[in-house]
Design a protein around this ligand. Structure first.
Ligand SMILES: NC(=O)c1ccc[n+]([C@@H]2O[C@H](COP(=O)([O-])OP(=O)(O)OC[C@H]3O[C@@H](n4cnc5c(N)ncnc54)[C@H](O)[C@@H]3O)[C@@H](O)[C@H]2O)c1
Length: 367
């Protein structure tokens, strides 16, 4: 039996190296370019299972420290996501500091691509919040270590529909656990963020005749999704107080926190956002206490990674969807493990992922 260390948040996070050692990252690269205004951080968390693959996020962070914290948490999440999904990939992620609508240019993305190139394949990038398949084309001009290229270029295209499908599968598994049936018909479901993934998820929920509530920063997008699928629009703050069966965080992370947890009235949380629990050690157990079934984020939002991984093997859309469908069964397995071991669902999923990494690391030195 492999011994797995409990993941704890350590306290010394005041220095950069303190933060990097907190989650035991292998490498963190700071990228700066005066001419293009590029400021980016690439986090390589763990490469035991394979090269670190994870998207590049472009976001207007309030501070460099916030950007570092985000890339460290996101890249660790990628390690777990790849491991639990049975992929031969490590965990990595990158952030570009800036406003994706204003600060992006071909030169900036290509300069960033050259930093990725310099890592010689230890990190493979892809798209994330604030980046598009077009940006991946620019990166591809500088390095082969990029995935999620447009289908016209032989790539797997936008991963969002596959991510939405996996999230839907995880949500149905959680519904089965909470309500005794995985049917979402008539269920009241709030979706926070109707961007790439959230939009596709709403489509799947509408097909199953769920009652859908949506919120987003962008009013035009809200109108579009509401008109198309008959979803009711609510304000960004109101989403936490709704009397719903399922809350689906599909925007950014850390929305399950000290300020929101007491307001939530749902029985299930299942969404595609990464790092939904602000602090898994605090908010994982708090959800158990409240009787809310939490579907682990990195498990149920793995569809996009599965899709991108398939591109590296020679893309096959059907097999990517078939593999993503298995998220349903994996999610039920995690609920069983959590119950058996008396732990919260996120921790059970982390332990399952760590177990695979530990066992594979042992065979790596043997020929
Ligand atoms: N795209 C993928 O395949 C994929 C895969 C795995 C995980 N994820 C995660 O899923 C989430 C959504 O990804 P996406 O690709 O759909 O991004 P996106 O940028 O297309 O959509 C996010 C949406 O959330 C909205 N938003 C941001 N803050 C909000 C807030 N406070 N309240 C309400 N809405 C808010 C944005 O306006 C945007 O429309 C992210 O956390 C991402 O990391 C995405």
């Amino acid at each position: 039996m492999v011994e797995i260390k409990e993941v704890e948040l350590k306290k010394d996070t005041s220095s950069i190296f303190g933060q990097i050692s907190e989650y035991n990252h292998e490498k963190v690269v700071f990228c700066h370019d005066h001419d293009t205004g590029l400021k980016a951080i690439i986090g390589i968390h763990n490469t035991v299972l394979g090269p670190a693959l994870g998207g590049t996020r472009m976001w207007s962070y309030a501070s460099d420290a916030e950007a570092l914290n985000d890339v460290l948490r996101l890249s660790r999440g990628m390690t777990y996501k790849a491991a639990i999904s049975g992929l031969n990939l490590g965990g990595g992620k990158a952030v570009i500091i800036g406003d994706a609508k204003k600060d992006k240019s071909e030169a900036l993305m290509r300069r960033y691509g050259r930093f990725v190139k310099n890592l010689n394949g230890a990190y493979i990038t892809a798209e994330d919040v604030g980046t598009t398949t077009k940006d991946m084309e620019y990166i591809k001009m500088e390095t082969d270590h990029v995935a999620g290229l447009p289908e016209a270029m032989g790539g797997s295209g936008d991963p969002s529909p596959v991510t939405a499908y996996g999230t839907y599968m995880g949500m149905k598994a959680a519904a089965k656990k909470a309500f005794g049936s995985d049917s979402l018909e008539g269920k009241k479901i709030s979706v926070q963020g109707v961007g790439h993934v959230g939009g596709y998820l709403v489509e799947l929920l509408a097909k199953e005749n769920a009652q859908i509530f949506i919120t987003d920063i962008y009013e035009d997008r809200l109108r579009e999704i509401s008109n198309k699928y008959g979803a009711k629009v609510v304000s960004m703050d109101e989403i936490y107080d709704l009397d719903v069966d399922i809350y689906s965080p599909c925007a950014l992370g850390a929305t399950v926190n000290d300020n929101t947890i007491d307001r939530l009235k749902c029985q299930v949380i299942a969404g595609c956002a990464n790092n939904q629990l602000r602090d898994e050690n605090v908010h994982g157990p708090a959800l158990v206490e409240k009787g809310i079934i939490y579907a682990p984020d990195f498990l149920i939002n793995a569809g996009g990674l599965i899709n991108v991984y398939s591109e590296l093997q020679g893309y096959n859309r059907e097999s990517a969807y078939a593999q993503t469908e298995r998220i349903y069964g994996y999610t039920l397995d995690i609920f069983d493990l959590a119950e058996k071991e008396g732990m919260h669902n996120q921790l059970a999923a982390m332990k399952m992922a760590e177990k695979r990494i530990t066992s594979i690391s042992k065979i790596k030195s043997k020929y």
